[in-house]
Design a protein around this ligand. Sequence first.
Ligand SMILES: Cc1ncc(COP(=O)(O)O)c(C=O)c1O
Length: 414
Amino acid sequence: MNEVPAVDDRWTELRSDFPIFGGSDGQDSNLVYLDSGASAQKPTAVIKAVSDLYAESYANIHRGVYKLSEEATRLFEGAREKVRAFLNAARREEIVFVRGATEGMNLLANTLGRQRVGQGDEILLTHLEHHANIVPWQMLCQSTGAVLKVAPINEAGEVDMEAFAALFSERTKIVSVAHVSNALGTINPVREMIALARERDVPIILDGAQAVPHLGLDMQELGCDFYVFSGHKMYGPTGIGAVYGRFELLDSLPPWQGGGDMIESVTFAKTTYAPLPMRLEAGTPDIAGAVGLGAAVDYLLGVGFAAIEEHGRHLLEYGNKVLGDIPGLRIIGTAAQKVPVFSFVLDGVHPHDVGTLLGAENIAVRTGHHCAQPVMDRLGVPATTRASLGLYNTTADLDALVEGIGKLQRFFGA
Ligand SMILES: Cc1ncc(COP(=O)(O)O)c(C=O)c1O
């Protein structure tokens, strides 16, 4: 492989936007954070947006007729508009705030799923899914008598598209697939998957939890029916995420949680429901979380997805080279299309020990099955060590990882 240049000046500077790395004076702590796939660090802009809301503009939303409530409502609905623009969704009503990707999938299983799926029907997934895109469907199958169909993957961690296409049948009622795999970093060929689903008139959901920090998105161009993601993986707060739904389909869904804010009128005899998006947002939402997510959108768009995608490709290439040169290290997941995620196993050292010893060097990685046990089973490994990178990572972080691995290999005599 050719040498990959280690040019990251812009991204080194950008680390000073994130206080966890040492504050706004740009003085780096020696934290090597390689666990953004689990949750990303937060820029000052996001932290400040949340704190400003609580300090200056906080009240409950939608119902108040006084100034503070109107201001909080304006900021909350402003965040919805930011998320709409981020996804290039056609309408603001297509954005439903939820707690995160997990709640988003549960919303869809309990609404779209209950509406469309019955005894003997089929839900098509892939072998790459996170548990959040397996278990809600499994629960639906248990209560309806439907079955899961699972498209296989190859040794590289890519979906076998011939098998995926062949798994459609007259009984396929929903397709739900990861845009990007959390365990391996594979970018699925979602355009092809969407085309196959739409040709057959089957609604298709994309689990975008791992795609949102890495890939520029355009719902109108992509043409999926639903897109689900969490804010905390895209540099926003925890406790907030969104479901995008194409208006005609989203508008056909029944409510799933009942309570305040989702109604038009209530009597003991009968309740009528509010229009979208509030019909699917019962109760007081995470107001500050939504505002923080809006700030994360502004931040990401300010950096720009063309640059983020290029940086990701560079980190991927560099990581493949420097990790690939380590004797006894095997990268698990070598798809042609990936985001900068490196799952690996080391001869003679358990992933848990890898993680613990790297942790002692202030290198944060994730070890285990990454909430994707079927992927691990398929690739024949009980667990991996996963380094998942974000926009603040540089090739220096990968060099530190390589050095840390060398040190622990010497320690274990591996
Ligand atoms: C691909 C994928 N889907 C869904 C989720 C669930 O996200 P959350 O825990 O934020 O709800 C994750 C989290 O790791 C993920 O990686």
